[in-house]
Design a protein around this ligand. Structure first.
Ligand code: SAH
Length: 297
């Protein structure tokens, strides 16, 4: 038997857009999923149960939401576009769904209520800030769709051509896993780029409740930021050039202080280029530089 579900999801989306005369805004990354197989797979990857409270950022007209709601205790949808949110509201009512809460707001600006999973086809223009915001909350698992290029940077590792500050910033917070590619043909309207779905599981490597660990992690983030502004220079020069990130204005002062504390281990790290430093090495570097940055950050 021929499976017409895909054609029908595309058709359903087209009809809804027509019915509500919805003009899509590319500035809000409004590309709706029209591939039913991908929708089924995303839901499977989330391993949902009736105990789950799921957060969905940018639900659009509810392509994922209406299905997600069937498998969970509660779904919280945050949609910035007022017209889109009201279409979702109507669909929820028409389908007699009572476990979806719709919040019509900018996901970057609102506090999130308690949730234990996140499943979203994210609005691409907020990929980075929304990911970091999510990581400030405790959760069990996130299944997120990103632009492919962004996903590749998340999933890279030291030595890869996509090795990035993003990877370094995520390394001590979450374990990331590639789940599947989603070609641009799976969306309406068709975007310019392909997408990929990624799983994020918090790895609890840092205990942010502990004051010292929290401080160390914050210092690590600042050092990573400074290093990756000049990722092909020697790390020592990268730090000196981006000294404002680590609390120094005066180039000479930083150079003298670095000379003072140099030892074999520190020399070795400072001579490497940031693109060749693993997150563990950047953390070592942070530890070795602690004295230097005391009262500076
Ligand atoms: N998840 C849906 C829609 C994806 S399009 C699907 O797969 O079909 C992305 C959606 O995110 C759009 O509806 C857009 O209006 C919304 N959006 C964009 N920026 C947002 C923000 N900052 N906060 C909440 N929603 C946002």
């Amino acid at each position: 038997m021929k499976d017409n579900t895909n054609t029908s999801l595309a058709k359903e989306t087209k009809n809804l857009l027509k019915k509500y005369d919805l003009k899509l805004k590319s500035s809000l990354g409004q590309n709706f999923l029209i591939d039913n197989n991908k929708r089924i797979q995303i839901i499977k990857f989330a391993e949902l149960s009736k105990k789950d409270t799921v957060l969905e950022i940018g639900p659009g007209i509810g392509t994922l939401s209406l299905e997600l709601a069937k498998h969970v205790s509660k779904l919280i949808c945050i949609e910035q576009d007022k017209r889109v949110a009201s279409i979702l509201e109507s669909r929820v009512e028409e389908n007699h769904i009572d476990n979806i809460e719709i919040i019509n707001d900018d996901a970057l600006k609102v506090e999130f209520d308690k949730f234990n999973k996140v499943v979203s086809n994210l609005p691409y223009q907020i990929s980075s800030p929304i990911t970091f915001k999510l990581l400030e909350y405790p959760f069990d698992r996130a299944v997120l769709m990103y632009q492919k290029e962004f996903a590749q940077r998340m999933l890279s590792a030291v030595g890869d051509k996509n090795y990035s500050r993003l990877y370094v910033m995520l390394a001590f917070k979450v374990n990331t896993e590639f789940l599947m590619d989603v070609p641009k043909e799976c969306f309406m309207p068709k975007p310019k780029v392909d997408s990929a779905v990624v799983k994020l599981i918090p790895n609890h490597k840092f205990n942010m409740e502990n004051k010292e660990e929290k401080q160390l992690f914050e210092d690590y983030e600042k050092i990573a930021k400074a290093l990756f502004q000049h990722k092909n220079k020697k790390s020592e020069n990268a730090l000196i050039n981006s000294r404002h990130e680590i609390g120094y204005n005066d180039k000479k002062e930083l150079k003298i202080k670095l000379e003072d504390i140099k030892n074999d281990k520190l020399n070795k790290l400072l001579n490497k280029r940031p693109i060749n430093l693993s997150p563990e090495e950047i953390l070592d570097l942070t530890r070795l530089l602690q004295e230097l940055f005391k009262n500076k950050f």
